[in-house]
Write a new protein. Structure first.
Length: 37
């Protein structure tokens, strides 16, 4: 998943929906860690 052209998260799963969900969770965790959320 890209935010402003920067790759923040990737997701894998048995379906596209699961992969997208995991990618979004990864992005949220990284943004929180950086104090951006």
């Amino acid at each position: 998943m890209y935010v402003d052209g920067v790759l923040y998260g990737e997701g894998r799963g048995s379906s596209k929906k699961k992969a997208e969900k995991r990618a979004a969770e990864d992005v949220i965790a990284k943004l929180k860690k950086r104090g951006l959320l």
